[in-house]
Design a binder for this molecule. Sequence first.
Ligand code: PEP
Ligand code: CO
Length: 414
Amino acid sequence: MKNSPELVSYGEIRRLKAELADVAAGKAFLLQGGDCAESFAEFNAKNLRDYLRVLLQMTMVLMYGTGLPVVKVGRIAGQFAKPRSSATEIINGVELPSYRGDQINAPEETLAARAADPERLIQVFNQSAITLNYLRSLARGGYASLNRVNKWNLDFVKNSPQGERFEDIANHIDHALKFIAATRLMPENLEALNEASFYTSHEGLHLAYEEALTRSNDEGNYACSAHMLWIGDRTRSIDEAHVEFMRGIANPVGVKVGPSTKVDELLKLIDILNPENEPGKLTLITRMGAGKVAELLPPIVRQVKASGKSVVWSCDPMHGNTEKTPNGYKTRKFNNILAEVKAFFEVHRSEGTVPGGVHFEMTGQDVTECLGGAQAISEVDLKQRYITACDPRLNASQSLELAFLLAEAIKANS
Ligand code: PEP
Ligand code: CO
């Protein structure tokens, strides 16, 4: 991989950083989302098309809600390595190494499957290259054009108590788009919507892989496995190798900020990762949990604001809201996810800071992994289509529904 062409170019990386600087300034909104863990088994064209369609639909809804351009960053084309809280697990009385994502081992519950296999790094690289190529060709080849994206597949709307409100927003967007098209006044912007730009990101966990895809020029080092990398909540301590790696690259970098975050350490981390205080360089992805965000987020936001450091504030309402059902499924409640995002907006409104974006684990497939939403997925429904390789994802309907509810909340607050 050291000699292969990189997956993304320096110019694209710099362009994303500039777009994130707009997000930090409140002039654009960040939508980051995709699988918790990509997998070899679920790699096919339909899954990629469905994913892109939902992401673009969410984009349209959020554009409507925020009145801002939406910067689309996929958790895709490289999101294969998982941090685990424990190195092993007991399955039927046998201790097995934990599954660490398809980049490292296989999910099947046998010793052989759980052995780390370095050949997987090559497969990750190849799958990422094919994924990126396919998404780019769809995005640029008209799949993302307004007319298509606007054919809302709101199946869930029909049977939903919120149905009328959803349809109302969808109709508003439709009218606005028709009006813009009729005026023929903004051909350049329409062109931009027809060729939706799309960036990639993943957790920069596997440093050997990241290093092999890092390239340098006079201006610095670029991690060319994706446009943006983030540091997970388990590896953000300032003496971690992951921090050392990320401080050496010119890419925009994210940091997950969970409930155990100490503000003074976070301020040091911000200095280490963004010593020049470059806008767009650093995104703080807060993931506190619906019940904790109102208490834990304000002091962090306040002190980062007081430090004068420019950051993008984004909300991951997934990882602080994971729970296990009595029947053994790792899940998340739609209402908790919504509650955390709403609380995030509230906190930033009262602190006078910019709620820059959201970070979701989502899929375009009709899975049953998260509870609730208009489809009212219940605990007994989970077993029907629970196929995630790691954490529970919002399905296509839940993702779009969340975007609608979010857009509505943002509009109501503004
Ligand atoms: C993730 O984003 O999949 C993840 C593991 O998040 P966190 O580091 O916030 O727990
Ligand atoms: Co996850």
